[in-house]
Design a binder for this molecule. Structure first.
Ligand SMILES: Cc1cc2nc3c(=O)[nH]c(=O)nc-3n(C[C@H](O)[C@H](O)[C@H](O)COP(=O)(O)OP(=O)(O)OC[C@H]3O[C@@H](n4cnc5c(N)ncnc54)[C@H](O)[C@@H]3O)c2cc1C
Length: 388
């Protein structure tokens, strides 16, 4: 493990430092180098490995359901994502999606739903997915059109979801659909849809800049028992936002992991690349670049772990999670870009570590709320507080 001084920050309990150090050793031996050539098979193997080693117990809430604790430990989730992202973007993805995909069940599921899904998610035996976005409802979630109509003791789902991570390999999807109790965000409910439910299909697989399983989903008269609804009817938007409050902070943590790997790589190059009778790092311009990279990382880490700590203390963290996500993802992009620059031509060669990072970081500035959406969340929260 590289620089671990931040694990002594007051945001963490002793168990958190222990967790990060143990995982770092495990990840170095087990997941480093997973970069996605056959992403379906690799993700399936990673989920099994993460489950078998016990790491996925942190992705679900409830000791009775396979979790390490009764409440989700945001700091543990963040440290796990940061550590995994340092070793392998795909391993981080596999962990994060087990948590995001089952988060609604941990936070708002019935005891029966928790018992049916969470132990399998924690063991790495069932793959989870979170299906909120649609072709015409991304940033504007409340514009969603996918509908769920009550018919006796079933809901009938019709419509589409897109950009769904784990689409194609998931065993179940938590799907948000319009049930119409009220217009906009107040008329949405959440449902667990098993992948073998008639009327559910993978309409298209999508390839992206840093490969991982991703798909467009289609629902045609898809009948789901009413007992599969998560939370009250019309409360689905709130369930989605509560889930994102945990996982948005963890996107910031994953960005930190990518940025720290780029920092290590940049330092390595600066201290070894011979030029002009010395090494690259002898030049003050290089030292300025390294100073900016390190400061960006520490700023992002402070915001990330403040948000995680506050959530674990029971505070509302909508503003803090948005700040962390915005600063950490944007900052990581800058740090990684600087590392590519330090590596010169080698920095843009396919498969080089910094080139892979350059592609891996990009989508994090878009998903779970693009940077502009985070700005709006922060701005609106400031306005609300000022006029209260
Ligand atoms: C790799 C990847 C994985 C994903 N995984 C999932 C998943 O598992 N589940 C899921 O439900 N979704 C997932 N998504 C979808 C993701 O959450 C959406 O892409 C995101 O919310 C943006 O929606 P959009 O793509 O429709 O862009 P749009 O909503 O069309 O936004 C385009 C751009 O407009 C800008 N913008 C947005 N709002 C404003 C505003 N108010 N003012 C000014 N500018 C603005 C932003 O720059 C934004 O990037 C994933 C996306 C990607 C790329």
């Amino acid at each position: 493990m590289a620089d671990t001084k931040y694990l002594d920050w007051p945001f963490f309990d002793a168990r958190h430092g222990e967790l990060a150090r143990t995982l770092d050793a495990w990840a170095g031996a087990n997941v480093a180098g997973h970069h996605g050539h056959d992403v379906d098979a690799e993700c399936q193997a990673l989920v099994r490995a993460l489950g078998g080693a016990g790491w996925l117990k942190h992705a679900v809430g409830g000791r009775a359901y396979g979790g390490t604790a009764d409440a989700i430990d945001t700091r543990a989730i963040c440290l796990i994502r940061e550590t995994l992202a340092r070793h392998s973007g795909l391993a981080d993805f596999a962990f994060a999606m087990q948590g995001l995909g089952s988060g609604a069940i941990s936070l708002a599921g019935t005891p029966e739903q928790k018992a049916a899904y969470l132990p399998r998610v924690a063991a790495g035996e069932a793959i989870a997915a979170f299906a909120l976005s649609e072709p015409d409802a991304g940033s504007d979630v409340a514009a969603m059109a996918c509908a769920a109509r009550l018919d006796g003791d079933h809901y009938v789902l019709d419509g589409e979801k897109t950009w769904i991570s784990n689409g194609g390999i998931a065993d179940f999807y938590v799907v948000f659909a319009r049930t119409g109790e009220a217009p906009g965000a107040r008329g949405i409910s959440a449902f667990i849809v098993d992948s073998n439910t008639p009327g559910f299909e993978i309409a298209e697989r999508i390839e992206v800049i840093a490969p991982h399983p991703l798909a467009r989903l289609k629902f045609t008269g898809c009948r789901v028992p009413a007992s599969q609804r998560v939370g009250a009817a019309g409360e689905g938007f709130k369930v989605a936002m509560r889930t994102l409050d945990v996982f948005r902070t963890s996107v910031a943590a994953a960005s930190l992991g990518f940025a720290r790997r780029a920092m290590d790589s940049g330092l390595d190059r600066a201290t070894t690349r011979k030029m002009f009778g010395g090494v690259l790092g002898d030049h003050q311009l290089t030292q300025a670049k390294l100073a900016q990279m390190a400061t960006t990382i520490d700023s992002a880490a402070l915001l990330t772990y403040r948000a995680a700590w506050m959530r674990d203390q029971g505070h509302n963290v909508t503003r803090e999670a948005a700040m962390a996500k915005m600063v950490a993802t944007e900052g990581a992009q800058q740090v990684i870009d600087a590392a590519v620059q330090l590596w010169g031509g080698l920095g843009v060669v396919s498969g080089q570590p910094v080139e892979t990072l350059y592609r891996e970081i990009r989508a994090l500035r878009i998903y779970e709320g693009a940077t502009e959406v985070q700005q709006l969340i922060i701005g609106r929260d400031l306005m609300r507080a000022a006029s209260a």
